[in-house]
Design a binder for this molecule. Structure first.
Ligand SMILES: Cc1ncc(COP(=O)(O)O)c(C=O)c1O
Length: 432
């Protein structure tokens, strides 16, 4: 009997053998088309030996040197590569091991920023309902996702996290009163107590592919400036080319105070996340106490940083942003076509290769349709990413379809055929 504490002890998991491009194979020889890049992670595709070589080269020279004592060439280079893609503003990168750690780090950095400026009453973090920023207790406290929060509610620091209604999926235009509501919420909380606001630029697992109406992001940024609140964009899912740009927030003319990254940053080749902080934040610490009171043993790990550097180089040399944009348009069209055929699909939304399907739900069984679709697809050789919930409720079924940016036209066709077959099987089974 296995001694592994699985995600679900009542499930049996196939054993992964290897991957190449958009495909994975298990040890029984079964093939899977990875239609969600894992959990929107493997942006450059599976089996890239160049990344493995870069990591091996770093590990064989030196695998670990504590960041309290050393920096590394890999960390310096990655900071440089990220900063260059955020010019003309100046940004500084703090490396961690994943998205949850990045959220925790950003929340703490915001608090220290205000302390350095003598604004000691500012500590609260605002976040939208229907959001996900990670599963550690601070990040989960920020996350507006009921199903994930519910079992741990007594452990979440309610006084520190304030949730608000974001742009509304059913009313995705500027007539939405969400910015007025947000401002009222800030005033109600007392702006002198609010430290930061964190927001996913395009909805992730809590709101698959939802894109707020144009101007929303800018409006949120302006409110943050007005009330001296740091604006954190969570680009853990949307960053690194997933939406057709290096960073999704660049589609609007905003300048966040911080951006969190993970997932695609090392494309799954090593655990890696980052907080990318604007120089105003950096300067506050540099000119203030001179030290960020934070740190993880594996912050800035050289092997993970080397993976990140190679991933960024590959993205550049293979022009993956452009490929992602092109294939994203194809995917959106194909999904719209599927919507015409399948009564299970109520809507298609997304940007680039981050497309979400809004699904019909079974009343009282939140998430069941998305889960069944995900499971059926998996049994038939397709991986997609089911999600559930919406503002203030666990109701709402949706899935993300987000293959690696390297996906070819033929592979996209194959993906959509496998998805269409799953949709019909699930619809027949549920008689929806
Ligand atoms: C938008 C967003 N932020 C943060 C996280 C947490 O990242 P991690 O699972 O690496 O801790 C996720 C994970 O799905 C995410 O989608």
């Amino acid at each position: 009997m296995s001694k592994v504490f699985y995600r679900s002890p009542v499930k049996t998991y196939p054993v992964i053998s290897h991957g190449r491009g958009v495909f994975l194979w298990d040890t029984e020889g079964r093939e899977y088309l990875d239609g969600s890049s894992g959990a929107l992670v493997v942006n450059i595709g599976h089996g890239r030996t160049e990344v493995a070589e870069a990591m091996a080269e770093q590990a064989s020279r030196v695998a670990f040197a504590h960041t309290a004592r050393f920096t590394s060439e890999a960390q310096e280079r990655l900071g440089e590569l990220i900063a260059r893609r955020l010019e003309p503003e100046r940004y500084f990168t703090y490396l961690v091991s994943g998205g949850g750690e990045a959220t925790e780090t950003a929340i703490k950095l915001a608090r220290q920023y205000h302390l350095e400026r003598g604004k000691t009453s500012k500590f609260k973090v605002m976040a939208r309902w229907a959001s996900y920023h990670g599963n550690t207790l601070g990040a989960l406290g920020a996350s507006g996702h009921l199903a994930r929060r519910r079992p741990y509610a007594p452990l979440l620091a309610d006084q520190a996290f304030v949730h608000f209604e974001g742009a509304i999926p059913h009313q995705a235009d500027s007539s939405c009163l969400c910015l007025e509501h947000l401002e009222a919420r800030i005033q109600q909380e007392n702006p002198d107590t609010v430290s930061a606001l964190i927001l996913e630029v395009v909805g992730g697992s809590a709101l698959s592919g939802f894109v707020p109406h144009p101007g929303y992001l800018k409006g949120v940024e302006q409110l943050c400036r007005r009330y001296d609140i740091l604006f954190i964009v969570d680009e853990v899912m949307t960053g690194m080319g997933r939406t057709g740009a290096w960073w999704a927030h660049r589609a609007e003319d905003v300048r966040p105070d911080m951006m969190t990254l993970a997932k695609g940053l090392a494309s799954g080749y090593s655990p890696l996340g980052a907080v990318v902080a604007h120089e105003t934040v950096w300067d506050a610490i540099r000119q203030g106490s001179g030290s960020f009171a934070h740190g993880f043993t594996f912050s800035g790990n050289p092997v993970s940083a080397a993976a990140g550097v190679k991933v960024m180089e590959i993205m550049e040399s293979e022009d993956l942003l452009r490929r992602g944009q092109e294939q994203g348009r194809v995917l959106a069209q194909e999904l719209e076509r599927l919507k015409e055929q399948s009564p299970l699909i109520e809507g298609v939304r997304g940007r680039g290769l981050m497309q979400g399907l809004v699904l019909k739900s079974v009343p009282g069984r939140a998430g069941a349709v998305a889960q069944q679709l995900g499971d059926d697809a998996f049994q038939h050789g397709l991986i997609i990413y089911p999600g559930s919930g919406s503002s203030h409720t666990t109701e709402g079924d949706h899935v993300l379809v987000a293959p690696p940016l390297t996906v070819s036209r033929d592979e996209m066709t194959e993906l959509c055929e496998r998805l269409a077959a799953s949709l019909s099987r699930v619809q027949e089974r549920l008689s929806l």
